[in-house]
Design a protein around this ligand. Structure first.
Ligand code: FAD
Length: 441
């Protein structure tokens, strides 16, 4: 067995450490909590979900749903524990965030060959304690890596770290929602009661919209560049594109009927339960850079939320990631030092499940590689393969990515949107199953 140090016990680090230890290698998992916390982490447990409690859709005709299948087939810790701790959320897989992290922590604490060390690692020099003596180091310190380790990485890769803002959505208490206005139901299905819906009239929307685009936001700091993903734009930035933009996206009313009027509302905000008991709700898609007091003033203009109690405000965070095609080999090791591998969001993947998937793949790869077994490359038509491939694709402007069919080779078949999704799904399943059948026993 080899000695491996894993730095950072988030979604990715937990997966790497668990799969390597299970395969018989000696793993030391370094985690700086509870001695030190990033601006978004608050619990001392492993694999903390810092924002939404959702692992997104479980529908097997889209990429994130199919990724769940692939991860299960590779014995993912994240998926196993998510199934154990899930809360109702329609077609999405959402979990009770506290239970989820507690389960993962308990499992890691009891895993043979795995030693947990509660310590911040501040350098990447394999000749110095605490990294001295390890055959391999895995760096999985995430989007909010501590400053010293970020500096060490920047030095090693020979380039400055890149930063941008993620904005997160506010959470409010269920009891503060006015249920005489807000109604339960999913899009097209009033029977499914997981989501709550706040219906707007045209006049209400106009008042809200004006307040939103004129709200005061937190400014960008000097050292941070402001770059947003399409999928994670602050609500006020999306709104600033035009009065109708939200009506076709985050606030689209299609598929809903306001039970009070029997008509489709002009606009609609969905609330998603944050925990099993449905005590708190997330304002879906309302990630924001508005000042806290502005969030309270403006979001209370949403029908049914006049008395909303804010359990957690929306906020903005740094993201740390490398330019993967430039700095990483295909096995996620640093070109500058192949004994050091990166895992998780720091490699340029985006999202809880993508980070876990990336970590799981590395654990699986290293477990085999360190035991002298070769793996055939993942097919790029599988979801995991397409995500890993994204990190190797040279582009002018490398950007982190979620999983999506857009990362895969085209189908080259003309078909309607629904059947295209099914065709992608079928191809994906076949490719992954075939790859699984090639694995060493
Ligand atoms: P993390 O889960 O962040 O784990 C990194 C771990 O490393 C932490 O436990 C940290 O304490 C530890 N650490 C850091 N530095 C050191 C050090 N020097 N020594 C030892 N330990 C260290 N994704 C979604 O899918 N949905 C969301 O709603 C969502 N919201 C987000 C909101 C915010 C504010 C942020 C920052 C990210 C969000 N993301 C979201 C992205 C998501 O957090 C990440 O994709 C995922 O948690 C990354 O997993 P990771 O394992 O790479 O890092």
């Amino acid at each position: 067995p080899q000695n491996v140090a894993v730095i950072g016990g988030g979604l990715a680090g937990s997966e790497v450490a668990f799969s390597l230890a299970l395969s018989g290698h000696k793993v030391s998992l370094f985690e700086m909590k509870p001695n030190k916390y990033s601006p978004a982490h608050t619990s001392s447990d492993f694999a903390e979900l810092v924002c939404s409690n959702s692992f997104r859709s479980a529908d097997h005709t889209n990429a994130i749903g199919l990724l769940k299948l692939e991860l299960k087939e590779l014995n993912s810790l994240t998926m196993a524990v998510a199934e154990e701790t899930k809360v109702p959320a329609g077609k999405a897989l959402a979990v009770d965030r506290e239970l989820f992290s507690k389960y993962i922590t308990a499992i890691l604490e009891q895993t043979p060959n795995l030693t947990i060390i509660r310590e911040e690692v501040c350098h990447l020099d394999l000749n110095l304690a605490p990294l001295k003596g390890f055959d391999k180091v895995v760096l999985s310190t995430g989007p909010l890596s501590s400053e010293p380790i970020t500096e060490a990485l920047a030095k090693l890769t020979g380039q400055d770290s890149l930063y941008f803002y993620d904005a997160i959505a506010p959470i409010i208490s269920a009891e503060s929602v006015d249920r005489s206005i807000v109604f339960a139901g999913s899009r097209y299905n009033p029977e499914e009661e997981d989501y709550l819906n706040c219906p707007f009239t045209k006049e209400e929307y106009e008042v809200f919209y004006q307040a939103l685009i004129n709200g005061e936001t937190v400014g960008a700091k000097d050292f941070e560049k402001e770059i947003h993903f399409e999928g994670c734009m602050p609500i006020e930035a999306l709104a600033a594109r035009g009065e109708k933009t939200l009506l076709f996206g985050t606030m689209k009313p299609v598929g809903f009927e306001d039970p009070r009027t029997g008509r489709r509302p002009f606009a609609l905000l969905q609330l998603r339960p944050e925990n099993r008991n449905k005590e708190t709700y997330n304002l879906v898609g309302f990630q924001t850079k508005l000042l806290y007091k502005e969030q309270e003033r403006i979001f209370r203009l949403v029908p049914g939320l006049a008395n909303a109690e804010f359990i957690r405000h929306g906020s903005m965070h740094r993201n740390t990631y490398v330019n993967a095609p430039k700095t990483l080999n295909a096995d996620l090791s640093l070109k500058a030092n192949p004994k050091i591998h990166l895992a998780g969001q720091i490699t340029g993947v985006e999202g809880y499940l993508e980070s876990a998937a990336n970590g799981l793949w590395l654990g699986f790869y290293l477990a085999n590689n360190l035991s002298g077994k070769n793996l055939s490359p993942l097919p790029e038509t599988s979801v995991l393969g397409s995500l890993m491939n994204h990190l190797q694709r040279e582009t002018k402007n490398f950007q982190p990515s979620n999983v999506q069919y857009g990362l895969m080779p085209e189908l080259h078949i003309k078909a309607k949107k629904k059947s295209r999704k099914e065709l992608y799904a079928q191809r994906t399943r076949e490719a992954f199953e075939e790859w699984l059948s090639t694995l060493p026993q």
